[in-house]
Write a protein that binds this ligand. Sequence first.
Ligand code: CUK
Ligand code: CUA
Ligand code: CA
Length: 651
Amino acid sequence: MSDKQQQTTADETPAEPGRRKFLGSAAVVGLAGAGLGLAACNKEADKAPAAVVPGKDAAGKTAVAGAHASGEVKPGQLDDYYIMSSGGHSGEVRIYGAPSGRTIKRIPVFNIDPMVGWGITNESKKIIGVKPDGNPKYRTGDTHHVHGSYTDGTYDGKYFWTNDKLNNRLARIRGDYMECDKITEIPNVQGFHGMFPDKCDPLDAKINHTTRVFCGGEFNTPFVTRGPGVRDIKNYASLATCVDAETMEIRWQLKLDGNMDLCATSYDGKLAAFNQYNSENGVILGDMMSAERDGCVFLNIERIEAALKAGKFVTLGDSKVPVIDGTKAANADPKTALTCYVPVPKNPHGVNITPDGKYFVCAGKLSPTATVIAHELVLKWFDGGLKEPRETVVAEPEIGLGPLHTGFDGHGNAYTSLFLDSQVVKWNIDKAIAQFKGDKQAQVVLDRIDVHYQPGHGYTSMGETREADGRYFNSGNKFSKDRFLPVGPLHVEAEQLIDITGAKMVLLHDHTAYPEPHDAIIVRRDKIKTKQIYTMDEFPHAVKDANAAGVERKGNKVTVRLMGVAPNFSMNEFTVKKGDEVTIILTNHDKVEDLAHGFGLEQYDINFIVNPQQTASVTFKADKPGMFWYYCTHFCHALHLEMRGRMIVEA
Ligand code: CUK
Ligand code: CUA
Ligand code: CA
C-alpha cells in the first residue's frame, strides 16, 4: 500500500468523525505490536519466499508474514492456498491460487461448457438432468456461495457445495477431481441463496463431520402453485431446506417467517443461522425496507430432526419433501421452539460465525452496524433461560456504511466489507462486547483500508474453520472502473488480496475475476488432495481394449467405441446411416498426467474432452448426410493436428 493511499483512507472521514482519531492510534498499535506491523510486513516481502509448509513459516510456526508475503509467487512456485470461488451468473465455480490470484480452474456446474463438454456429454447431462428431447433441463444458473465439507471443525477436502439461486439447485463438487458429481433440485422455493454445510451432528457425538447442508430460500414464494392465490402475499413464505451431504437427497424443509439470505452453522452442529432482510414479507422494495429491524433466525437442528421423526410435517403440491412449521407463531414457547428469531437492524446481509464458535456476526447493510450474537445465549434462550431473543445480542458496534460480509483472523478480529464506504474495516470482537457493556473507551475499530470499489463478499484464509490463520483477506469488489485496461462496457470484477498479518491491513495486489463472483473460501493447500489421473474402472462403459472398440448397430442405434492414444483415435473412419441415433464412447488410454484428448465433430456441434484414463460419451442424431471430420481438440502431441478421422453418414 502506498503512503498516498493510506492518506486517502485517513482523510475521507465524512461519515464518521472518529475515523481519523483511531487511524492515528492504530499506527501506534502497529509499531508496538510484537513486530507484526506494517514495517515488518514490508521487510518480509523483500525476501525471496522460502519453501514452507502452507500456513507455517520456515520454522514450522504458524506463518505471520512468511512465504509469498508480498503476494508474489515466482515462476515455478506454487500458491499456498486454493480460493474456491463462486462464479455468479456464469453458473460455474472457479479455483484461484492465493496469494497469486492466478485462475487455476473453472468448474462448470450449472452452465454449459464446450471446453470440457459439460452439458454435452451423456455423463454430465445425467448429473444436470435432461428434458424429454435429451437436452439439459437447464442451461444456466447463478452460483453465490461455495463451502467445503468439514471434519473436526476444518476442511477435509472431500466435497464443496454451491448454490443456484436461479433454478434452485444445490450442486456438489468432488474434492479429488474438482468436478461436479451431483445436483439436487430444491422444490417449493425460489431464490435459493445462502447455503452452509454443518460441521458435526448434534444427535450423535461420534459424528464430527459434515452430514447436512442447509439451504436458504431468499424469495418469499406462494404456498399455492395455481390460481389467483399466487398473487396474494398472505400465501407467501420462505423455506429453509436440509439436504443430506452424502446422498444429496432432501431431508426436510422448514417454513419460516420473513426470508432467508445467508447462512452460517455452529461448530457444535446445534444451530444454523440465516439472516433475514425481508421480515416484512414485502414484495416491493419500499415494503422490504419498512421495518427498523429484521432478523437473524436460528434453527435448532436437534428439535427439527425430532419433529421430523415425530411426523410433525406436511407436504406441498407434488413434492414429497416433509415441510415442518418453523414460523414464529408456531414456535412461541422457547422450550419447545424449533426456531429463534433475533431482531437485528434493518435489512442485514451476511451472517458468519467466529472461528472459536462463540459468536455469530450479522452485518447491517442498511444500518452501519454489525450485530454480535452469542451462540451460548441462543442455546440459553432455547432452554427458557432468556426472556427475549434480543437478549442474545452481546454487541452492535458502528463499523461503517453498508456492511455486508465478515471474515475472521482467528485472533479475535473481524474484517467486514463496507459496500457503501468502499472499504474493509478491521474491528475487535471483545472490544465491541466491552463497548456494548458500557466501556466508552473501548477501541472497537482498529483499521480501515480502501478497496476498489464497493466490496461484496470478503473472506479470510481458513477463516470459516477453527484453523483461521489470519494471513489473507480477499475482497471481492463489485466495480472495477479505471482499475484495468478498458475493454468496452462490460467490466471485469476486481478482487483484491489484503495482507492481514499486521496491525494494519496491506493491499498486496488486484487480480481480475470474470463476472461475477460472490462468496469464496480460502483453503490451505494441504487440505486438498486431488487426483490427476482417473481410474479406467470408474467408468463402466470404458472402451478398455481393441476387442471392445468398434462399431455396434442395434436397429437404428449405433454405438461407436473409440480409444484415444496420442496421436491416434482407434478408428480413422466409421460409417452410419442418415437418421441413426449415434452414441460415441471415447476412452483416453494415455496415463500421462496432463494429457487430455478432445473430440470435436464437424458441423454436429459436438465438443468434449477426456482426461487421462477417463471415458465420456455423446449421443446425437446423424441427421446430415456427408463426410464429417472428427478431430482432437485438446493439444496432446506434436501430431495433435493429425489426430482425426472421418464419420461418413450415408443418405
Ligand atoms: S451475496 Cu453477493 S455480495 Cu449472494 Cu453472498 Cu453478499
Ligand atoms: Cu489428442 Cu490432441
Ligand atoms: Ca427489511
